[in-house]
Design a protein around this ligand. Sequence first.
Ligand code: IPE
Ligand code: IPE
Ligand code: MG
Length: 246
Amino acid sequence: MAAGQTARVPRHVAIVMDGNGRWAKKRLRPRSFGHRAGQKAVREAVEFSLRRGIESLTLFAFSSENWNRPATEVGALMELFLKALDKEVDELHGNGVRIRFVGDLDAFAPELRDRMLGAMEQTAGNSALNMNVAVNYGGRWDIAQAARQAALAIGRGEFRADELDETRLATYACLADQPPLDLFIRTGGEHRVSNFLLWQLAYAELYFTDTLWPDVDQACLAEALDDYARRERRYGRTGEQVANAS
Ligand code: IPE
Ligand code: IPE
Ligand code: MG
């Protein structure tokens, strides 16, 4: 395919799964009720990605800033992650999904971290879909950890400091081994990135929907993909150049 031409189906989709709290509030239920309901939407997103042949699905499940929520909510989320790992991993594995957790996993309780590492190990040989779950993830953290890794490589004499450029730094950022991010979706009506994939977002297409995450179904995701398919990705060039290249 010519550079700049938009593939009909994005290879890599990232989703900020927002709106669980408001979904619960509308029902006069605690916020944790909304987080639990959001699990169904995760299943829908995985099924949808498998059906459409999306290669990578990256889900923002817990940001580095979400530790600042009330302790009861953070605790409920950690419990939910544990339960979800126990409940969902075998089925995901059966469907050929490769699970990866991206973020600073050191902050989690050993029990939870071990489950995450176990799920990654169990599914490491799968290739139907890369499912990346961003937990204790921050885009600035990602850039900083990439810079730290590059600095350590320089220290080991692998390359010189004046050889560190965008291409080289990118290899240390999370998800570097996966297709470039094509489509960023945020549910829940807010129009912000909230410290998600800052580096990887450089040329992603952005899509926002007011639908609250627990209400997201495959039809809602299909709308996002239809919208994406109508976009012209110019990467700095003119529309004429893009048209002539295709
Ligand atoms: C997103 O939903 C889930 C997490 C951040 C873990 P929210 O909990 O942010 O829901 P709202 O935005 O308050 O409705
Ligand atoms: C972003 O949502 C994080 C996740 C969806 C996991 P938030 O609800 O935490 O973001 P803000 O606070 O509205 O920016
Ligand atoms: Mg929110």
